[in-house]
Design a protein around this ligand. Structure first.
Ligand code: AMP
Length: 282
């Protein structure tokens, strides 16, 4: 396994890989790796000649300093995990200054509607930060393919926007959400929540499935009320949002347009930690 911390070393290796016409796959992460991340790496290995995993907790995508500071970090363990899955992975592990050169600010983007709703609305500036780091990583790696999780579905739309507007040669591969045996989506943030609440968090996926089953049977506003009631019946659980939106534009649910593809999005705050999930429902 090759670990690189600075851009100049990385550029030399990438230039060599390019000269050999190797197909480069990029898996951007913020570390605290779990099986969700590993599934992206596995898919990348199947599709590409070379897989780069970046581990970087990107400061500009945190709209809340406390959230940034408490984000789980386990650098040594991450390296161990990556070594155990493959000896041929390349890891980019930069410091903040290497990426931002002391100017830790996000670029501003015009994403239209996709940035104005859901996570974009609740975390102002978040997707500008996400897009900033993705632009930087895409510029450095010029990958053939980039691998992102459906778990952060709205983020994949932002990545697609970046690709469409700046990097049309990159293929975005959206990888399925990996869940624990109860259906809870794996997330680095799960580590910040007590075992008891994690057990109770299976309600999130149960609710999404309930909505999928009942989408055509129960009227929209009633469905929303049921979701809120079921989530908030649990001690320490607060529903930050539950919404059904069109799959690509993220436009609001339109009962007159049943032909659209709709996706349910949920964010539950548990012990101060925001867990998000989503499911295509028709
Ligand atoms: P993060 O380290 O949380 O920024 O995630 C890095 C990448 O892994 C993103 O593309 C996420 O969408 C993806 N990811 C995170 N959790 C999961 C999961 N449970 N299943 C599949 N992909 C995931």
């Amino acid at each position: 396994m090759t670990i690189v911390k600075n851009i100049s070393d990385l550029s030399n290796i990438i230039a060599d890989q390019y000269s050999k016409s190797l197909k480069i796959g990029l898996v951007p992460t913020m570390g605290s790796l779990h099986n969700g991340h590993l599934s992206l790496i596995k898919i990348a290995k199947e599709k590409c000649d070379v897989v780069w995993v970046s581990i970087f907790i990107n400061p500009t995508q945190f709209n809340n300093l406390k959230d940034y500071e408490s984000y789980p970090k386990q650098n040594l363990n991450d390296i161990k995990i990556l070594k155990s899955v493959s000896s041929s992975i390349y890891v980019f592990f930069p410091a903040v200054n290497e990426i931002y050169n002391k100017k830790i600010v996000a670029q501003k983007f015009k994403f239209d509607n996709i940035n104005k709703v859901l996570e974009g609305k609740k975390r102002p500036g978040h997707f500008d930060g996400v897009a900033t780091i993705i632009m930087k990583l895409f510029k450095i790696f010029k990958p053939s393919m980039a691998f992102f999780g459906e778990k952060d579905y709205q983020q994949t739309l932002i990545v697609q926007y970046i690709i469409d507007n700046y990097f049309p040669n990159i293929d975005l591969i959206i990888c399925p959400t990996i869940r624990n045996s109860d259906g809870l989506a794996l997330s680095s943030r799960n580590k910040l929540i007590s075992d008891q609440s994690i057990n109770q968090s299976k309600i999130i996926f149960e609710i999404l499935n309930f909505v999928k089953m009942n989408f055509s049977k129960i009227e929209y506003n009633k469905l929303i009320k049921i979701v809120k009631k079921r989530i908030e019946a649990i001690n320490k659980f607060e529903l930050e949002y539950f919404e059904i939106r069109e799959n690509i534009t993220l436009n609001s649910y339109d009962p007159k347009n049943q032909k659209n593809n709709y996706r349910a999005f949920i964010c539950v705050k548990i012990e101060g930690v925001r867990l998000i999930d989503n499911l295509l429902i028709n």
